[in-house]
Design a protein around this ligand. Structure first.
Ligand code: NAG
Ligand code: NAG
Ligand code: NAG
Ligand code: NAG
Ligand code: NAG
Ligand code: NAG
Ligand code: NAG
Ligand code: NAG
Ligand code: NAG
Length: 785
């Protein structure tokens, strides 16, 4: 499938065509790797936050408090009489204001929030919404409640899209009473001001991603400027928006009129259409008739009528519409959303019938594509990174339909497990990066995780809202309207440390030793199918990551070069995609047999898994109990030729301070265990212990079994010289700073045990355990005590 994402503009939040974008260095193939500064935590503003927290913290570190008997995190709206509710809402608001917004770290890939090391029994309670009729603390009910909603019967007032006027009316009051809304509002004003003096976003055709980044920057600007206009009534923001739209529909934009918004890469068309729709709707009361006509006409010509063509040709192989043919991935969400927002914006003014026609296509189309991209366990069908694009499109579309026409028309309900996708996002988040398997680039501001706020509110999962509101990407206009300010508590309170995702499409597991300590242990591992991911996956059964001590020790390489020949053409066994190192099995943290790729039609099985089931309490300081553990065992035999059996298991040991990886394999060809790391590797003279160093942090990795004949060898992260050749002009992305720790074994049967010991401060060598040797078939919660 065609891509929607690549690393161009990674250095610039503004993108090509503006002064911040460096065209020559804009295409960043590897992750921006800061050699020797890979520690995530360089503290932001810790002093201020500690002082503020100290003022409201009454509790004692280590004590716990739960306000309800709910056995899962979240899910709660506080009950009680209306008097009780009002009191609870107001008390929750004062606690929130006393604490304020947590600082964020400045050197992690996802700029993680820094949670103070403390217990706060008043604030860190069960995630809860506190319904209240106090409009200084809560949104009023929407006055538009059609009894039989129809997509083409829109609310009488504007704005229609996402932010109806009744919300703007109370927003200043809510901002005054909520530190998050206040900070986000300030940030949006700051961002709008910064964009104001930039020249209009230029058309820049960038091979595989088309003009997508450019279109997304226009949308980002339009959102910010329209927001600030509505908050100030200052028409300078309208004028600046108008200049941007004129440019994006003008003769300087694109080679000619027929390809202006690049419909052959329809994401671009969709995002630009959404941008025009937002401006048309949010600025409707001040735009002149001529301006409105210009915006609508261009949106129809370059956006919506291209959409009609795409829908009508989705099955015929016409490239503009491939995404509309039941594609369960981000393309279907983003494209249907752009068409929907554009159509809703002009409904009633458009006399051509285009808007009505679009809605007849886009809603049913998203119900059979986008809405099904979440599997039965909540996992996104593509990768953890594409979740951002897909859920942003899905949430914008659902929200626009609800506000404009009074219903989501099934987008939020047709897939009964869509409500679990917030959980997926939380468990796939490690301490500085995601479990970033498959195609995965740097984070982008134009697609945030703020769908968590809409989903948390709509599905009654307050922990989604609480998790997201502290993240660095929270400040943007959508958050202002999706956030339910009556939420209180701490997302980590009662949140299980571990989770198993067992849907056959992506079988994976997530373990950690804390939700709030950025130095904690995080382990994630996967099996799953190697097709049906919109060609965004790798051949990576058994692949894992390990975070500890504030850094990643076993890591991923991310996306290859999307512009390189046939990167996306096919995911069949002989596909060119599987020649690129980052996509090959040798580029993953798993076992290689005979240096061959895994079989794309493998059907791995989860054999066993378990967790002692701890949840974190109300404190950010979590002490892992003695017998606490989690483990996961999978049969990966079907991924391999020349292999009679291969099972891989992983578990935590010793209060989640150590990790054991065990492989039981019988193969008739040479076996190679591989792990990619940014660390400097030093192997001892026996060859059985490798010391990994990143900055001043250390991890020891030891081969426990076989007891002889297995040694660590460091290799480079490049294709083997005898791998099948790449096509001419192929770019195999280099992996600077990365080493591969390997163990090579002759054909035969082995139990291979590798023990990971992060060198935690205050832990002496005698505090580490050497686990007993237990066959994977005998693993249990107590098998290694
Ligand atoms: C929003 O932020 C701007 C810029 O900081 C500020 O001037 C304005 O008063 C804020 N709005 C509200 C309602 O607080
Ligand atoms: C918005 O402003 C914040 C605070 O200055 C900044 O960190 C962020 O990068 C800006 N976002 C964008 C998309 O420019
Ligand atoms: C902007 O204008 C609207 C409509 O006249 C009014 O309700 C609102 O109070 C004004 N806002 C500001 C910040 O002046
Ligand atoms: C418009 O420009 C594109 C890209 O340069 C080109 O392929 C196409 O033929 C042009 N169409 C017309 C009608 O000129
Ligand atoms: C593109 O369309 C506009 C509006 O119809 C027209 O004014 C302009 O001349 C066209 N540009 C080209 C290059 O044909
Ligand atoms: C998710 O939604 C389904 C109904 O569609 C419901 O049965 C289930 O309990 C919900 N799960 C969670 C965890 O909210
Ligand atoms: C190396 O560090 C970069 C930047 O933090 C990260 O994106 C990448 O996944 C790491 N690679 C490995 C192999 O750990
Ligand atoms: C494994 O064997 C099957 C059947 O012979 C073959 O189709 C497949 O290409 C082989 N896999 C690899 C990675 O060579
Ligand atoms: C390993 O596989 C080979 C080839 O299938 C088989 O002959 C042998 O018995 C197996 N070894 C064990 C110990 O199961």
């Amino acid at each position: 499938m065609a891509p929607n994402y690549h690393n161009a503009n990674a250095n610039s939040p503004y993108g090509s065509g503006d002064p911040y974008y460096n065209e020559s260095s804009g295409y960043i193939t590897p992750m921006p790797l800061k050699k020797k500064t890979s520690l995530w935590l360089k503290i932001g503003i810790p002093v201020a936050i500690c002082v503020i927290v100290a003022a409201v913290v009454g509790g004692v570190v280590g004590s716990r408090h739960h306000s309800s008997s709910s056995s899962v995190a979240g899910g709660a709206a506080a009950g009680g009489s209306s008097g009780d509710q009002a009191a609870a809402a107001s008390s929750a608001a004062s606690v929130k204001n006393a604490i304020g917004v947590f600082a964020t770290g400045t050197d992690s890939q996802y700029l993680l929030p820094l949670y103070p090391s403390t217990t706060n029994t008043a604030a860190f309670t069960t995630p809860t919404f506190h319904p209240t009729s106090d409009n200084a603390l809560s949104w009023p009910d929407d006055p538009f409640q059609p009894s039989s909603p129809a997509p083409t019967s829109v609310r009488p007032d504007r704005p229609r899209l996402i932010a109806p006027s009744y919300k703007w009316q109370v927003l200043p009051n809510l901002i005054a009473n909520d530190p998050y809304l206040k900070q986000w509002n300030d940030t949006i004003f700051g961002n709008a001001t910064e964009y104001y003096s930039l020249p209009p976003v230029e058309y820049f055709m960038d091979g595989s991603s088309g003009i997508l980044d450019n279109c997304r920057y226009v949308k980002e600007r339009v959102k910010a400027w329209s927001y600030v206009y509505r908050m100030t009534n200052d028409t300078k923001w309208v004028d600046r928006t108008w200049a941007e739209l004129q440019h994006a529909a003008g003769d300087d934009f694109g080679p000619n009129n027929s390809t202006k918004w690049n419909p052959s890469h329809f994401l671009d068309t969709a995002e630009m259409t959404a941008a025009f729709g937002i401006a048309y709707d949010w600025l409707n009361d001040v735009l002149t008739a001529d301006q409105k006509s210009f915006i609508m006409t261009n949106m129809i010509t370059y956006g919506l009528s291209q959409g009609i063509h795409a829908y009508q040709n989705s099955v015929s192989g016409d490239f503009t519409g491939w995404w509309a043919n039941k594609i369960t991935g981000n393309w279907n969400c983003v494209c249907n959303n752009g068409m929907t927002m554009g159509a809703l914006a002009i409904l009633g003014d458009d006399t051509t019938g285009t808007a009505e026609q679009i809605l007849g296509y886009s809603i049913p189309n998203a119900l059979t594509g986008c809405a099904l991209a979440v599997s039965s366990d909540g996992t996104w069908a593509e990768t953890a990174n594409y979740w951002y694009f897909g859920t942003t499109g899905h949430a914008e579309m659902a929200s626009s339909l609800m506000t404009a026409a009074g219903s989501d028309f099934g987008l939020l309900t047709t897939n009964p497990t869509f409500n679990l996708t917030g959980q997926y996002h939380m468990y796939v988040s490690g301490f500085g990066s995601l479990f970033n398997y498959g195609d995965h680039g740097p984070n982008k501001y134009t697609a945030t995780a703020n769908s968590m706020m809409l989903y948390g509110d709509h599905y009654q999962h307050p922990e989604y809202v609480l998790f997201q509101r502290d993240q660095h990407d929270a400040p943007e206009p959508w958050s202002m309207f999706w956030y339910n300010p009556t939420v209180s508590g701490a997302f980590w309170d009662n949140m299980p440390l571990d989770h198993f995702f067992n849907d056959g499409l992506d079988q994976w597991a997530s373990f950690r030793s804390s939700w709030t300590d950025e130095d904690a242990l995080y382990v994630a591992i996967k099996a799953g199918q190697l097709q049906n991911h919109q060609t965004h996956n790798d051949l990576d059964l058994g692949d894992f990551v390990i975070d500890a001590l504030g850094t990643r020790w076993a890591g991923e390489l991310g996306s290859g070069d999307y512009n390189s020949p046939d990167y996306f053409t096919s995911d069949a066994q002989d596909a060119v995609r599987w020649l690129y190192y980052r996509k090959r099995t040798e580029g993953q943290n798993t076992i290689l047999v005979n240096k061959q790729n895994q079989n794309v039609n493998a059907q791995p099985k989860i054999l066993n898994s378990g967790t002692t089931g701890e949840v974190q309490g109300s404190s950010t300081v979590y002490q892992v109990p003695d017998k606490s553990t989690a483990f996961w065992v999978a049969d990966l035999t079907s991924g391999y030729n020349d292999t009679t059996s291969f099972q891989r298991g992983i578990r935590t040991l010793n209060q989640r301070r150590q990790v054991l990886l065990q492989d039981e394999i019988n193969a008739s060809q040479p076996i190679m265990w591989r792990m990619h790391t940014n660390a400097t590797i030093s192997v001892d003279s026996a060859g059985t212990t490798a010391t990994l160093t990143i900055d001043d942090k250390t991890m020891q990795v030891t081969i426990l079994s076989p007891s002889s004949g297995a040694t660590f060898v460091k290799m480079d992260p490049v294709r083997f010289s005898d791998d099948p050749p790449l096509p001419a002009n192929a770019v195999d992305s280099p992996n600077p700073g990365v080493s591969v720790l390997t163990i090579s074994l002759d054909p035969g049967q082995y139990t291979l045990q590798v023990l990971f010991n992060p060198q935690w401060s205050g832990m002496s060598s005698s505090d580490f355990v050497t686990p007993p040797s237990v066959a994977l078939g005998q693993w249990s919660l107590t098998s290694h005590n």
